[in-house]
Design a protein around this ligand. Structure first.
Ligand code: GTP
Ligand code: MG
Length: 192
């Protein structure tokens, strides 16, 4: 629908909205394409840091999906990074129709510094999120279970309660139904 450099340019907040955020290259655009069933809705690239705008998609005339710029991209300078952190924070704090955010993390990796910072920021602000593990097709069931358990142990060092967790793969479609079910359920609670 639109690409915004700033949350003030985002579409009128008339529909419930769900944001997708994660480290650059975590598989956000692939996941968005997988859950919407559109192969090329969000641009996928092998070059990290492709999504630099807040991209809005209107789904079924019912809800907004917001693809947020990836964080933690090493080749982005300090100044640029601060600027983007401000854009994303303003959006997350100011977007009145935001129902929840999906924070995507790579199932293959231990908790990354930038993920830890983002998750803690959400916790401190009291903003609802769901943790989505991506690229699970690259791991055995056992490896996956171990990695998720380690992640949760990390989180429990700081938080009493664990966020909801969804396992996903844009290759196999794992997680699609669960994400859609969550969104459809939450849509019922939206008051414009
Ligand atoms: P930026 O917008 O650049 O920050 O990246 P992104 O988070 O949108 O990631 P994108 O969807 O562009 O995917 C990055 C790379 O990971 C691509 O090469 C994808 O093909 C690959 N990828 C994404 N999701 C999956 C997945 O579920 N399984 C596997 N095996 N590869 C994936
Ligand atoms: Mg992307």
């Amino acid at each position: 629908m639109t690409s915004s450099t700033d949350f003030r340019q985002c579409p009128e907040p008339v529909y419930p909205e769900y944001a997708f955020i994660g480290r650059s290259n975590v598989g956000k655009s692939s996941l968005i394409n997988m859950i919407t069933g559109k192969k090329a809705l969000a641009k996928i690239s092998s070059t990290p840091g492709k999504t630099r705008l807040i991209n809005h998609f209107l789904i079924n005339d019912e809800w907004f999906l917001a693809d947020l710029p990836g964080y933690g991209y090493a080749r982005v300078g300090q100044r640029e990074r601060k600027k983007w952190a401000k854009v994303i924070e303003d959006y997350l704090l100011g977007r009145t129709n935001l129902m929840s955010t999906f924070i995507l993390v790579d199932a293959r990796l231990p908790m990354q510094e930038s993920d830890r910072n983002v998750i803690h920021w959400f916790g401190q602000q009291g903003i609802h999120f769901t943790l989505v593990f991506t690229k699970t097709d690259k791991l055995s069931a056992q490896q996956l279970a171990e990695n998720v358990a380690k992640y949760q142990t990390e989180l429990l060092k700081f938080w009493e309660e664990l966020p909801p967790v969804i396992l996903s793969s844009s290759r196999t479609g794992l997680g699609r139904d669960e994400i859609i079910r969550f969104i459809v359920g939450a849509n019922r609670h939206f008051r414009p």
